[in-house]
Design a protein around this ligand. Structure first.
Ligand code: FES
Length: 262
């Protein structure tokens, strides 16, 4: 039988994402759960393992309702935190990363936000002279990109290696339910793009994975587009963009960088 949520008075969310696991999250959770079992608080307390909480630099992390964020957990800190909330209804301030009404988070390991480099002018062997910069290649960007183009930009086109180009209006559905494969459903076929981390030993997949996303504007034609490459620099596809889709790319995919060049 699952947890009786009606009897639960406090919930603790322990991150079980990859960075937190590497930093020892499992031992933290095991200790906390053992304490709850032996102290008779198992039924009234719920501990949940979550996927990444988005603060990997502070791993292992946990969140306590209503909005206490903890960092750099150890088994000992985990116990102190849980006891403080359950027995005294208050947080352990020294271990907090953030709580409501703080104006900023307290992290000794804060990483600066990554922003794309400004456009630079290059003579490219395939594109000619152009302004060009790299965007983000993670699936957290590429999936929204394909979704946006299929929903909003029917005249943008995509050409893939060894295939004739087609417009985004021909895409009936963009499906991202597989582990690392984005599926573009056309009337007669489904095209698969590899957009998320894959087993690096599988050379076939490594060659197909979109690892580099370049945004460019040709200087002579003023045509704008996106070039998709694998990690070896081999071209996987080329997207030619309508103007409003280019604006979307500057604002969302490139986080508002200007078209100026350096
Ligand atoms: S894996 Fe835990 S915060 Fe990212």
């Amino acid at each position: 039988m699952g947890k009786n949520i009606a009897e639960t008075q406090q919930i603790f969310l322990f991150c079980d994402g990859g960075s937190c696991q590497k930093a020892g999250s499992e031992e933290v959770v095991r200790n906390v759960r053992a304490y709850l079992r032996n102290s008779g608080q198992w039924d009234s307390t719920h501990t949940i393992k979550t996927r990444c909480n988005g603060r990997c630099e502070d791993a292992p992390t946990c969140i306590v309702q209503p909005n206490y964020w903890y960092k750099d957990l150890t088994p000992q800190k985990g116990l102190e935190i849980i006891k403080s909330h359950l027995e005294h209804q208050k947080p352990v301030e020294d271990y907090l990363l953030y709580q409501d009404e703080w104006s900023e988070i307290k992290s000794e390991k804060e990483r600066g936000a990554f922003t794309p480099k400004p456009f630079s002018i290059k003579m490219d062997s395939e594109l000619g002279e152009c302004r060009i910069t790299k965007g983000f290649a993670s699936d957290q960007y590429t999936y929204p990109l394909f979704l946006y183009l299929s929903e909003n930009s029917p005249y943008s086109t995509l050409s893939l290696a060894n295939r004739t180009s087609f417009s985004f209006s021909e895409i009936k559905n963009v499906n991202y339910s597989q582990k690392y494969t984005l599926e573009l459903e056309l009337a007669e076929e489904t095209i698969e793009l590899i957009i998320a981390p894959i087993d690096q030993k599988n050379q076939d997949l490594v060659k197909k994975r979109i690892a580099v996303v370049e945004y460019f504007e040709q200087l002579d034609s003023l045509k704008k587009g996106i070039r998709l490459k694998n990690k070896f620099g081999e071209e996987l596809g080329l997207i030619w963009l309508e103007n409003h889709a280019w604006q979307y790319c500057l604002e969302v995919q490139l986080k508002g960088i200007k078209l100026e060049t350096v």
